[in-house]
Design a protein around this ligand. Structure first.
Ligand code: GLY
Length: 349
């Protein structure tokens, strides 16, 4: 008999939902998520062939080509058209089956289609399980930067079927570990077991870190921004690489850069950077900026990121493990310091 699923309630300003973590949950989607009407399944060309059948009958299955470069308003337009063609009304539910790109786009479509219909997140990547599927952020990229158009749209349920990790390519698993490692750096109570044998426990632990943060600050007015540790740098790396660098890989390098910048500004000991590098390397994640990404381009890309405020770049820095903070008026980050950090951590050509 398979192990019992774990359930984590998440409250938000307009209600609550449950994140259920367990094995072989997808065949019981309707019952677990309490769906009565039509299901409009949104998935991608990698995930749909592997897992869509497990969901059972759907009114429409919308399959988007896999990859961050398809996280666009054009894809959203395609989703609207297929929802309309299938006659999905407000009693229908959009189910996102896939990684963060699918969850973000399906959620944005659900936030806007007919002025909003219910949606359920079924994350199939480690990254989406521990981060993107919880907390209600949805949206798409623009050529100017990532996630620049979107909405907060809370799901009615999140089903984390860890069986889907069995088919996840190993680079994608490593990419997801970057967000898990980020959660260990944000909350000192959550630590990584070595070796990892119990994925249900690991995913549950990482989700609880995220849950605690988004419950306290659902609209990112304060503490939630610390979840962006490593992301100001990471998004720039992803964007300048033309998305050849995966999100988790960008975040991994971004975590090292954040520690380097923190030490440079004297807010943490220099040893923290090598401590983080050791953890990332043990999980097959990069720790240096690819040689072909010019520091000046990365710096420029940071200015299109949402994480700037009042004309200043905003970074999440670390004092120590479990003690991250957002730079604000009290601490000015000069371009020189950022450029020194970018140049210090470039892969030697
Ligand atoms: N992924 C960061 C957040 O949900 O706030």
């Amino acid at each position: 008999m398979s192990r019992a699923a774990a359930a984590f309630p998440v409250t938000h300003p307009t209600g609550a939902y449950t994140v259920t973590v367990g094995s072989d949950l997808l065949p019981n989607l309707r019952q677990i998520a309490g769906i009565k009407g039509d299901i409009a399944l949104v998935s991608d060309s990698n995930v749909a062939p592997l897992h869509a059948k497990k969901i059972g009958e759907t009114a429409v299955t919308i399959t988007i080509p896999a990859g961050e470069k398809h996280k666009t308003l054009d894809s959203i337009r395609g989703i609207y058209d297929q929802l309309l063609a299938a006659g999905i009304d407000r009693k229908g539910t959009i189910v996102a089956l896939g990684g963060g790109v699918i969850g973000d786009m399906a959620g944005f479509a659900a936030a806007t289609y007919l002025r909003g219909i219910p949606f359920v997140q079924c994350p199939t990547s480690l990254l989406a399980m521990v981060d993107a599927s919880v907390g209600g952020k949805t949206g798409v990229d623009r050529p100017q930067g990532k996630n620049l158009v979107g909405a907060f749209k809370q799901p009615i349920a999140v089903l984390v079927d860890i069986s889907t990790l069995q088919t996840l390519p190993k680079e994608e698993l490593a990419s997801g570990m970057a967000e898990v490692i980020k959660h260990t750096l944000l909350d000192g109570r959550f630590t990584l077991p070595a070796p990892i044998t119990d994925w249900q426990a690991l995913v549950s632990g990482a989700i609880q870190v995220k849950r605690d943060v988004v419950q306290e600050d659902p609209f990112e007015q304060g503490r939630r921004a610390t979840l962006n540790l490593g992301h100001t740098f990471g998004h720039a790396i992803e964007q300048v690489s033309g998305y050849a660098v995966r999100h988790g890989e960008g975040v991994a390098i971004g975590l090292v850069l954040a520690a380097n910048l923190s030490a440079r500004l004297g807010v943490c000991p220099p040893a923290l950077q090598s401590e983080i590098e050791t953890i990332l390397s043990a999980h097959h994640l990069p720790t240096r900026i690819p040689a072909d990404l010019p520091a000046a381009d990365l710096y420029k890309a940071m200015w299109t990121d949402k994480k700037k405020a009042a004309g200043k770049l905003r970074f999440i820095l670390l004092r120590s493990i479990g003690d991250a903070f957002i730079t604000g008026d009290g601490i000015i980050i000069e371009e020189t310091a950022v450029m020194q950090t970018l140049n210090a951590l470039k892969t030697k050509a």
